[in-house]
Design a protein. Structure first.
Length: 450
């Protein structure tokens, strides 16, 4: 589960009112993390929260301190209680192990003493969480077991975000601790890229957070777009600070996510620098793109490919029965993108790619609306028998195939993406060709490895 991060300046002025940025998201994350470094009182309602002690803010200090206040377990618990709700997770105060900042043994002692004292303070209506630190894998593993034996049922892994590029090592650390403590709630601090999100799903991590994509809207003017689970960077166009005039071409495409669409009503373009609204709106947009990408990585993805009129004259597996250029390209795309793919057949409904079927002439376009609705109900029943609930379903199919089926899928908890929506058949074929050009994809296409 992805947890968004709430900072200290996350507001957008919209129609004359100062609104929290989470109101500009297409969907809400599964939870939120906020820090005592900001101590926000206006938090999202009816959602799970993790309250963090703000260790990143005092990482360079010898003594954990927020402003003039020394961070102790009792003080942190008192602060948490002002905003925490029953069931929220409260992080025991910790001190990061960063060698360039000096006394590692002193920090280790602080972490152990704090974890023990905080656990005794934490009331039953909250869930205490301790942060696992270590300079080596063995140290992390030993400390995680120590915290678990102490009584912590929830652990956060700290110190990984600063070495985000060491992906293989980070994933190995998480997998090792997960294998040693399979029943503990495991949270990953600060690593939320789509690739990491997919790794956390495979590792059966309960939750993770991150704010780097959000912050890049300010630090680098980054405007992300999302396609097929991948994020692509664009840079916001510069504007004249005095006149607001755009000084260079806007290279990022127009976006209709909630943040961009709402702010355009106020004549704010998130693709440009400018006011707080330009920049915060771009940050909210980036969060929307990140969560869209997460759908591809945190849920198993299945591709549904519409059948085609051109077929072989004899029975064959569904992956080879249809021989139109569009279907061949669509099937290759499906084979390289999802965990599995199926054919949407007008006659048979949902068909596995290796299922042998007879050729036929039936098409949904020639059937009545009542027949089409009944077909969608039939396919929905077949989907529930074959595809895990809450999976991500990508539909490579025209409107007549999607019209009745998509609402049924979404009502049952499936996330549905239609990447070629609005494109004509020729444009669809070009879109598929552009995404099936790699050598390995060509091998799949011509050798029939579907």
């Amino acid at each position: 589960m992805y947890y968004g991060v709430i900072g200290n300046r996350d507001y957008i002025k919209y129609r004359g009112q100062r609104r929290p940025y989470w109101e500009f998201l297409d969907e809400q994350p599964q939870g939120w993390l906020t820090s005592l470094a900001y101590h926000r009182q206006d938090l999202p309602e009816q959602t799970h929260m993790i309250f963090d002690c703000g260790a990143w803010s005092y990482r360079a200090e010898e003594t954990p301190r927020l402003g003039k206040q020394i961070v102790t377990p009792s003080w942190a618990y008192e602060q948490y209680q002002t905003t925490a709700r029953p069931g929220d997770m409260l992080v025991a105060p910790d001190h990061m192990l960063i060698e360039k900042y000096g006394d590692m043994d002193g920090r280790r002692h602080y972490n152990r003493a704090s974890a023990q004292e905080f656990l005794a303070l934490c009331a039953e209506r909250y869930k205490p969480m301790a942060v696992v630190h270590g300079l080596t894998l063995d140290e992390r593993l030993e400390y995680a077991r120590e915290l678990y034996d102490l009584g912590y049922g929830a652990l956060a892994l700290g110190g990984l975000a600063g070495r985000a590029s060491a992906k293989t090592d980070n994933i190995n650390i998480v997998n090792t601790i997960r294998a040693a403590l399979p029943d503990v709630w495991l949270h990953i601090l600060g690593l939320s890229s789509p690739d990491y999100a997919g790794a956390w799903r495979l590792a059966q991590v309960e939750s993770f957070d991150g704010s780097s994509h959000f912050k890049q809207a300010f630090t680098a003017g980054t405007f992300y777009t999302e396609e097929l689970g991948q994020l692509h960077k664009h840079t916001a166009a510069r504007t004249d600070r005095e006149t607001g005039k755009i000084m260079e071409p806007i290279t990022a495409p127009l976006c209709n996510c909630r943040a961009c669409a709402l702010l355009r009503e106020d004549e704010v373009d998130t693709r440009t620098y400018g006011s707080n609204e330009n920049n915060m709106g771009r940050a909210a947009h980036n969060q929307n793109m990140l969560m869209r990408a997460h759908h591809w990585h945190t849920r198993p993805t299945f591709i549904l490919v519409a059948c085609a009129k051109q077929k072989l004259s004899q029975p064959d597996v569904a992956a080879r029965l249809y021989v139109s250029p569009w279907f061949r390209r669509a099937s290759v795309f499906a084979a390289t993108m999802g965990e599995d793919w199926y054919v949407l057949s007008a006659k048979y409904g949902l068909v596995g790619k290796q299922e042998i079927i007879e050729p036929y002439e039936q098409t949904l376009h020639n059937e009545s609306r009542d027949w089409q609705r009944a077909w969608a109900q039939k396919v929905m029943f077949q989907v529930k028998q074959s595809i895990l609930p809450e999976a991500h379903i990508v539909m490579l199919a025209g409107q007549v195939y999607r019209r009745d089926l998509t609402p049924l899928l979404e009502a049952d908890g499936y996330a549905v993406t239609v990447p070629m929506k609005g494109l004509g058949i020729g444009q669809q074929l070009q879109w598929l060709i552009e995404r099936t050009q790699q050598e390995s994809v060509q091998k799949t296409l011509w050798e029939g490895e579907l």
